[in-house]
Write a protein that binds this ligand. Sequence first.
Ligand SMILES: *[C@@H]1O[C@H](CO)[C@@H](O)[C@H](O)[C@H]1NC(C)=O
Ligand SMILES: *[C@@H]1O[C@H](CO)[C@@H](O)[C@H](O)[C@H]1NC(C)=O
Ligand SMILES: *[C@@H]1O[C@H](CO)[C@@H](O)[C@H](O)[C@H]1NC(C)=O
Length: 477
Amino acid sequence: MLSMLPCTLALLLLITSDAYAAPHPSAEAGVTMNLLRKPHGRRTVEDWGEWARSHREMLIAKYGGTPPDPPSTRKRASGTNLLVNQNADSSYYGSLAVGTPPVSYNVILDTGSSDLWLADSSCSTGCRSVPTFDAASSSSFKNLSQPFDIQYGSGRAIGVLGQDSVQMAGFSVANQVFGVCDQVSSGLLSSPVSGLLGLAWQTIASSGATPFWQTLAGSGTWDTPVMAFQLTRFVNDNSAKTLEPGGTFTMGAVNNSLYTGEIDFQNIPSGQVSYWILPLTSLTVQGAAVTVPTGASAYSAIDTGTTLVGGPSATIAQIYAQIPGSAPGTGNFEGYYTYPCSTTVNVSLAFGGQSWSISPSDFKLTALSNTECLGGFFELTTGGNAPSWIVGDTFLKNVYSVFRFNPPSVGFAQLSSAALAMNGVDGAIPSATIGSAAAVTAAGGSGGRSSSGARTTRVGMWTMLIGVVIVGSGLIL
Ligand SMILES: *[C@@H]1O[C@H](CO)[C@@H](O)[C@H](O)[C@H]1NC(C)=O
Ligand SMILES: *[C@@H]1O[C@H](CO)[C@@H](O)[C@H](O)[C@H]1NC(C)=O
Ligand SMILES: *[C@@H]1O[C@H](CO)[C@@H](O)[C@H](O)[C@H]1NC(C)=O
């Protein structure tokens, strides 16, 4: 199985299968097939406790920066990348290809951060059994010899900045700047994922580089300046495998067959283009309204790279106050709440427009015993200018979500029956990108570190570890 191979052999397999192909992201899927058959192990309450504690451990975030540079225009198009759902909705990854010849890598798609990075072949910590990037095997790689360091809610990655061609879903950016990391926090990457693709705005890029998506959106390459997600649900499904079909990520268009009705777009508040921020304007639990803080305290990062929903403790307490028998967690579960598994919990959120309900099966993170369940909303304490709420996959599985470049906004729509029919359905893991067109675009700006991005660490991805038990590992870095 691929995960057991030494990195060099795994990489050799990747190169062999991809050497002359156009972007062909999961060409290694045949090799990883055994992995897909491995059911994830049963987790004890202690395991969940370890996970819960580490999940809350840290959040640092910051806004700032300047608007993006508009790069040159080529051909207009759209493309789709099929996703993989890892560890029962813990995280969602897609695939891209880097270098000459192009080699494919799986990356977490994270709308809560703005840097691309890959584990490097010299990585000694946190990269065991992960396919890694070998700069020496790409004739187009350029080492920028500048340090790269990014901090997430669930860990940290450190390395140097490099530049190479990056391809995804039929699009290519010729000189994309990205981190090549040789130190990665334990548990941040889970094989077969090699890194992360940040899909938020350049203003919060630790590298200072224009994000891959922003180069394409800003260049007029896309038919429509949007990215859209449909995410599948496998949580609480005892037959779910470690890897399952994860839904779709589309760049340059929305897919009309995945949603119904209108897409309800809401603009990012003026001056807040950094994360994909929307103010949370109403929240109901079991049909009853809970008062939510207003102004900046309502700011929510819409974050595909975060598993759950975190918010201010007073509001989280009010949510659970509407659920009889619920209680604050203790010990490792501090900041979380338990509630009776017999209760079907219906929470709805609105961000200035329509209200969107979260399925009770997403609210229920897991059963800790026959009667006691763990809720998917937890207390989040953020400092400085960090958004008060992080709205992750617990919510996003329930909508078709659209991230619009211009005007900067996020839209939600009702999932179609075709999209809903993919939930919980075991299937083959996607093995290739479906791209409707190839387009090559030069990255905007010179790349490298901007003054505003220098040395600052950013948070986006906040814990994607529902199914990944961190047993006493802690953070290495
Ligand atoms: C890039 O260059 C630095 C020295 O400036 C070196 O330490 C590092 O290993 C190089 N990294 C890669 C991926 O080539
Ligand atoms: C839109 O989604 C449907 C359903 O998954 C899929 O069959 C179709 O290929 C998608 N269209 C595009 C252009 O990707
Ligand atoms: C959940 O609550 C929302 C808002 O109160 C309501 O519109 C919706 O019908 C409820 N859903 C269920 C399944 O009860």
